[in-house]
Design a protein around this ligand. Structure first.
Ligand code: AMP
Length: 280
């Protein structure tokens, strides 16, 4: 496995391998089996796999969250080598941002809901870094997790609007045995909070079941939100039934159509997100 810290070396490697298709998995490190599932999917579809590890400062709207974001580079490299990754790109901040970016991306309605409305500037930062990485890696396919459903839709928009010649692949959410969606932030939970955390996925599955049985989505979501908040452990930012393409909130779901139930909540000072996609 090759490790590059400079874009010029990565670009040179890509030139030497220009006839082979590359699958690309962008990450912020502190890798877990959710990330590894993306590497495995990329490996099954491409002769070469590139993974980037870069904690992107422009997508953090909270300085403390950036400072406390877990960083485990040695362990990450060992996991990637074991998974058969071919190239790891691990740049420092100056490599990606030699100058402070001035460009502002606007994703329209898609960034006005959920993560976009609670994390101002977040998707501008995501769009910038993914664009830069796509230019450097020049992947044929890029792999993202459904765990960050809104991020996937934002990147789909980015690729369509800027004509990046890359095929996007959305991979299913990998969960712990108790249902908690794997996340780099989970290691920041106290032992007590970690025991409570699966309640988020249980909330999603309960809401899914009640909505498919015909209950009103808004009533179900506000009742479950109130219950989670009343524990005193969770502080729910949103729990919504959304259209899977636009993420617009849905009041009257139609039989046979696909929807996403999405949740974001603070637990023990850690912000967690999760979602389930299902057909009515
Ligand atoms: P991150 O390092 O959090 O930026 O995530 C890098 C990529 O891994 C993103 O495409 C995420 O959606 C994906 N990812 C994170 N957690 C999971 C998970 N539990 N299951 C599947 N993919 C995930």
């Amino acid at each position: 496995m090759k490790l590059f810290r400079h874009a010029a070396d990565l670009i040179e490697w890509r030139r030497e391998n220009r006839l082979l298709s590359v699958g690309f998995v962008p990450t912020m490190g502190a890798l877990h089996n959710g990330h590894i599932s993306l590497i495995e999917k990329a490996k099954s579809e491409n002769p070469l796999v590139v993974c980037s590890i870069f904690v992107n400062p422009t997508q953090f709207n909270n300085a403390d969250d950036l400072k406390r974001y877990p960083r485990t580079p040695e362990q990450d490299l060992a996991m990637l080598a074991a998974a058969g990754c071919d190239v790891v790109f691990m740049p420092d901040e100056a490599e990606i941002y030699p100058a402070a970016p001035q460009m502002q991306l606007n994703f329209g309605n898609l960034e006005e809901v959920m993560e976009g409305s609670h994390r101002p500037g977040h998707f501008n930062g995501v769009g910038l870094v993914v664009s830069k990485l796509f230019h450097m890696v020049q992947p044929d396919r890029a792999y993202f997790g459904q765990k960050d459903l809104q991020q996937f839709l934002i990147i789909k928009r980015l690729v369509a609007d800027l004509s990046f010649p890359v095929q996007l692949v959305c991979c299913p959410v990998v969960r712990e045995a108790d249902g908690l969606a794997m996340s780099s932030r989970n290691v920041r939970l106290s032992a007590e909070a970690r025991l409570q955390a699966p309640a988020l996925y249980r909330a999603l599955t309960e809401a899914q079941q009640r909505i498919t049985q015909g209950e009103n989505p808004q009533m179900v979501c506000s009742e479950i939100t109130r219950r989670l908040n009343e524990t005193g452990i969770f502080s729910v930012e949103y729990l919504t039934l959304a259209d899977t393409e636009t993420l617009a909130s849905v009041q009257s779901p139609q039989a046979g159509m696909e929807y996403a139930l999405c949740i974001a909540a603070f637990l023990d000072g850690v912000r967690l997100i999760d979602n389930v996609v299902f057909r009515m």
